[in-house]
Ligand binder design. Structure first.
Ligand code: GLN
Length: 544
């Protein structure tokens, strides 16, 4: 029997609903249960693929090639369960599917309405087969209760609550208990209002997860319980913690998982084995030194844009028992040739994450050159890899006009749209693509590594699979002059047509990858490239 946990949010956004859901999943897993986490996003975009990182943060890509909400990254990192396309849905996707059916005449003349057609589609999404061995499906509803866009989602889960019954559906509501310094009190009113709003649409929460910055007095817990019609033990304190990986143990200590199981009337559940979380927390809070990593990107004012990269760097830190000080460096400021790169002087490693467009690209190439010439460990990811290759082409291989067609026409297209050099007719490819969504190479693809290479040593295997999200590729036609200049392409697609990885053999650690290794890194299973990069940064820190 599969049970369902619905996680909603109230009062304000950004309370960490994604992390709360992920932590809840981790706790059930620690008790030996199989979990799958799903996210329902009420916005109208079909997926976040076309949204600016400024609006939405990172786009998380699944193995099966879906562009999804960044919360799916938290789910994967906390549970180790790879997300699938069928784990994220948006209002836009639902309406698109319904309208496609309507145009095909599938509704046989019926009037299409939010209830039941949209709500049924939402219910189908929630109930879709979660795969083998899953005991609990956790569904997080994006946004906060009261949002207009969210209503069909709340209505759908309300119906599911009725249909599944209390032993198969539990509702957790995440709220905020602000502390008002002038009054010297923690205020419960916003939580009361939020629950009232939820109950007005027919949902009585079972458990209240209350974000706060200090302990909740017992009197306040009882007050919340009585005003919100929940048991006092179901008012769970979710106090701020030092690190996100402290959350599962902290919620367990407050009784969250026990309370949820008791609502399901599950008795005698195994006690959770939190060893791996305690070990991670111990390493994070007792580092043996710290390294400083410069993250050179265009969206450094919105750190959510680099969520998985920053997490993967932390995992690399866990693997090496060191703390990571991430310095977010805006690449655009270095587009100006005259601007000195002194900010990079003290860093022990440089990472250049993915990106799009010409702005900030020159700055990234200057950072790549700095790392190459100064022997600073450097990790180029996707766009970061492409720009490092262009920099090397110009500086080392004498390909003076090396460029990417992402900037426009290029005389020496060292990086180009895949079709431009496989099909030959650029114009045709460009004009055929009017639909901007899903026009990229997306999802997991295999690659083969050269035997005598640093990456083969790092991975400890020669066949790998990594997730992609890009339109452009390094042009194989330039491989020969690049190799001759000392740029070693140590990873290729199995057909040998797509360069996947390059490394600079004479350099302490300079690796560029066309894919996104950060998406597969987990705190208890750090990605080997991140672990190795941080190791190189530790060595660098001892030199400077
Ligand atoms: N803009 C580049 C491309 O489309 C890189 C994309 C990325 O870094 N994700 O190929």
């Amino acid at each position: 029997m599969i049970r369902y946990i619905f996680i909603t949010g109230g009062v304000v956004s950004s309370l960490g609903k994604g992390i709360a859901s992920a932590a809840m999943g981790a706790l059930l897993q620690a008790r030996g249960y199989g979990v799958r986490l799903r996210k329902l996003d009420p916005y109208l975009n079909v997926d976040p693929g076309t949204m600016s990182p400024r609006q939405h943060g990172e786009v998380f890509v699944t193995d099966d090639g879906a562009e999804t909400d960044l919360d799916l990254g938290h789910y994967e990192r906390f549970t180790g369960v790879s997300a699938r396309r069928s784990d994220n849905i948006t209002t836009g996707q639902i309406y698109r599917d319904i309208l496609d059916k309507e145009r095909r005449g599938d509704f046989l003349g019926a009037t299409i309405q939010v209830i039941p057609h949209v709500t049924d589609a939402i219910k189908d999404f929630v109930l879709a087969d979660p795969g083998e061995g899953v005991d609990f499906v956790l569904c997080e509803i994006g946004g906060t209760v009261g949002d207009i866009e969210g209503l069909p989602f709340f209505e759908a889960i309300r119906q599911l609550g009725q249909e599944l019954g209390p032993e198969r559906a539990v509702f957790i509501h995440l709220t905020l208990l602000p502390y008002i310094p002038a009054a010297g009190e923690m205020k419960t009113k916003p939580t009361q209002h939020s629950v009232k709003e939820l109950r007005s649409i027919g949902i009585q929460p079972d458990v209240l997860l209350c974000r706060c910055d200090r302990p909740i007095p017992e009197t306040e817990k009882r007050k919340i319980a009585s005003f919100c019609n929940v048991r006092p033990t179901s008012v769970i304190e979710a106090r701020d913690v030092g690190h996100i990986y402290d959350v599962p143990a902290a919620y367990h200590a407050e009784g969250l998982d026990a309370e949820v199981l008791s609502h399901f009337r599950i008795e005698g559940a195994p006690r959770p084995d939190l060893t791996r979380w305690n070990e991670i927390a111990h390493t994070i809070h007792n580092p043996d030194g710290e390294v400083c990593i410069g993250l050179v990107g265009k969206y450094t004012d919105v750190p959510d844009a680099y969520k998985s990269v920053m997490e993967a760097l932390d995992h690399g830190g866990i693997a090496n028992q060191v703390g990571i000080d991430i310095r977010l460096i805006d690449s655009e400021q270095f587009d100006d040739e005259h601007r000195p790169l002194d900010i990079l002087e003290g860093v022990h490693g440089i990472i250049m994450p993915g990106g799009f467009g010409e702005r900030g690209a020159r700055g990234k190439m200057r950072a790549a050159r700095f790392a190459r010439e100064r022997a600073v460990p450097c990790f180029g990811i996707c766009y970061g890899m492409q720009l490092s290759v262009i920099e090397a082409a110009r500086s080392l291989a004498g390909i003076d006009l090396a460029s990417t067609t992402e900037f426009g026409e290029a005389d020496q297209p060292v990086v180009a749209l895949m079709e431009e050099w496989t099909r030959g007719n650029v114009k045709e490819v460009r004009t055929a693509k009017t639909d901007k969504g899903g026009t990229m190479r997306l999802g997991a693809y295999p690659a083969r590594l050269t035997q005598a290479s640093k990456v083969a040593e790092i991975y400890g295997q020669r066949e790998i699979s990594e997730r992609h999200r890009h339109r452009y590729e390094v042009n194989v036609e330039y491989l020969e002059p690049l190799e001759a200049a000392g740029v070693h392409f140590s990873g290729m697609s199995p057909d040998g047509k797509l360069p996947e990885i390059f490394e600079l053999p004479g350099h302490p650690w300079f690796i560029g990858v066309q894919f996104h290794p950060e998406l597969k890194s987990r705190p208890f299973d750090p990605h080997p490239l991140f672990a190795s990069f941080i190791k190189a940064a530790v060595t660098q820190s001892r030199l400077v």
